[in-house]
Design a protein around this ligand. Structure first.
Ligand SMILES: Cc1cc2nc3c(=O)[nH]c(=O)nc-3n(C[C@H](O)[C@H](O)[C@H](O)COP(=O)(O)O)c2cc1C
Length: 186
């Protein structure tokens, strides 16, 4: 696909078909993620690819978290967890969940986080290019410690996750702000 078309056609997909995707495809998608720029070329990103039971276990941790959390209190702390359950359902539906970890390093927090963002966008675009759907998921952060323990990566910091699979919906482009409202020229 042409670059312009891929960028225009990418959507956050929240309904997936019950069809697996191959290890080769997932590796190819991640490979494109790693072609993203990274601050000082640090490439501070590590990928845990989850399928089947362990993937569903992550979703269950998120659902358990919501069920045991007073939303009013939580909202005061770090925003509403109301979407967490919904994101967990998406994780269950999609055949693949890629979790991105980074090495802990206080000197490069912003640079490394920005770099991971570029990497994830490349992942989502490559998935689109291959005719697959993707969802960038930050809601997993509410259970990052439990997920890091589950995957025995307590030495690393969980950044976010991406669900990948064959889309079972075809949403319209979500609204975007008008350029006139977000650009100023000097
Ligand atoms: C950093 C980041 C975190 C996100 N986290 C979630 C999430 O946890 N759950 C979810 O359903 N969507 C999540 N999204 C998807 C956004 O809701 C979505 O990109 C936005 O509504 C625009 O829709 P579009 O991606 O289809 O253009 C996230 C997107 C970004 C960039």
């Amino acid at each position: 696909m042409e670059t312009q078309k891929v960028i225009e056609e990418r959507r956050s997909i929240r309904k997936f078909k019950n069809q697996k995707i191959s290890k080769e495809i997932v590796e190819n998608i991640i490979k494109y993620g790693t072609l993203a720029p990274s601050a000082k070329n640090r490439q501070n990103w590590y990928f845990s690819v989850l399928t089947n039971d362990i993937k569903d276990k992550v979703a269950d941790l998120m659902i358990e978290y919501v069920n045991n959390t007073d939303e009013t209190e939580e909202r005061k702390k770090m925003g509403s967890p109301s979407s967490v359950k919904y994101s967990a359902e998406v994780i269950k539906q999609a055949p693949v969940l890629i979790i991105i970890f980074k090495e802990k390093n206080d000197d490069y927090i912003i640079s490394d986080t920005l770099s991971i963002g570029a990497c994830i966008e490349n992942i989502c675009l490559r998935a689109t290019d291959l005719g697959l759907g993707s969802l960038w998921i930050r809601d997993i952060a509410y259970v990052s410690d439990s997920v890091a323990e589950l995957l025995e990566h307590t030495d690393l910091e969980l950044n976010c996750a991406i669900s990948i699979g064959i889309a079972d919906e075809n949403p319209k482009q979500r609204p975007r702000k008008e350029l006139v409202d977000i650009i100023e020229w000097h």
